[in-house]
Design a protein around this ligand. Structure first.
Ligand code: SIN
Ligand code: FE
Length: 293
């Protein structure tokens, strides 16, 4: 059984691991561990502490998002100098996260690409939302409007809470067990729906059978009250000023409590993995006995 959390005592974002240690850490991640870096802190400058408030969110948004490829920030009320400084903070986080993944997973270096980063300044506990959007319920990550044809989702998280509050997660059962459990409840996609969703710009690109199944697993697990109450899980607390990395498309997770989190998403093609048998795409292809992307 995979250890749900594996700890690495590194204290710098920019120091390469020795190659055997890097390969071991990469394999732990691929097998479904959360890689916990208790000594790795994303330090805020004194002038950035003011951003630790939900007041920088625009409207009803729950996260500020940042696209490192375009140096573009969204869902924030910050303007002029504040906005520029918030961009600077998020850009620095994106660069640190990239350096970290490059050092821990040197094998991925040329093959992974940046997704969006987010800053999450709202307390997670007690946030009102639908069951489907409720991240306090166990789920794997998949993006309804961004089909990805099996690309892996690797995320780096840093808890930047200034009051010492941990980010509290639960880690659920292994992906294989979850997928076997729910496979029969995945309905076939409506014929022509992937084409139509793309045509109407509801999705960015065509939804593959893989995307359809992942989305259905996400929704089915979240909606199942018995599963949410009784399925196996491990309680994990990530302390303030710590960092962790995880393939969130494979690891069942839920965030129960915590405020002030930075997150950077990376995408990785399945063939770039050390062992592609651990990819959700390959696991699902085994279950369904056909090509899914
Ligand atoms: C999630 O990805 O489900 C939420 C993670 C978090 O906000 O801690
Ligand atoms: Fe999630």
């Amino acid at each position: 059984m995979t250890n749900p959390v594996s700890t690495l005592e590194i204290a710098r974002w920019d120091t390469p691991l020795e190659s055997a240690a890097a390969a071991a850490a990469t394999l732990e991640l691929e097998r479904g561990s959360v890689l916990f870096l208790p000594r790795l802190d994303f330090a805020l400058a004194a002038s950035e502490r003011r951003f630790l408030s939900p007041r920088w969110l625009e409207g009803t948004a729950k996260n500020v998002s940042y696209d490192p490829r375009r140096a573009h920030i969204a869902h924030t009320s910050a303007t002029s100098h504040d906005r520029a400084q918030l961009v600077e903070m998020m850009a620095r986080f994106s660069q640190h996260a990239r350096a970290l993944v490059t050092n821990v997973c040197p094998h991925y270096q040329d093959k992974m690409s940046y997704g969006l980063a987010s800053f999450r300044p709202v307390e997670t506990r007690g946030r009102e939302t639908s069951r489907k959007k409720d991240d306090t319920r166990l789920h794997v990550d998949t993006f309804a409007s961004r089909p990805n044809q099996g690309l892996r989702i690797l995320r780096v998280f840093s808890n930047v809470n200034p009051d010492g509050a941990p980010r509290v997660w639960e880690i659920g059962e292994p992906f294989d067990a979850m997928a076997q459990r729910f496979a029969r409840r995945v309905p076939p996609p409506t014929p022509g729906s992937a084409w139509l969703l793309e045509k109407l710009h509801i999705t960015k690109g065509r939804r593959s059978p893989y995307d359809h199944i992942m989305l259905s697993l996400h929704d089915t697990a979240k909606r199942d009250d018995d599963y949410q109450r009784a399925s196996p899980r491990t309680h994990v607390e990530f302390p303030a000023q710590s960092t962790w990395m995880v393939f969130t498309d494979r690891v069942m997770h839920s965030a129960l409590a915590g405020q002030f989190l930075l997150e950077q998403t990376f995408y990785l093609p399945v063939p770039a993995m050390l062992d592609e048998r651990y990819a959700p795409l390959r696991i699902l292809e085994n279950i369904y006995q056909r090509q899914l992307a």
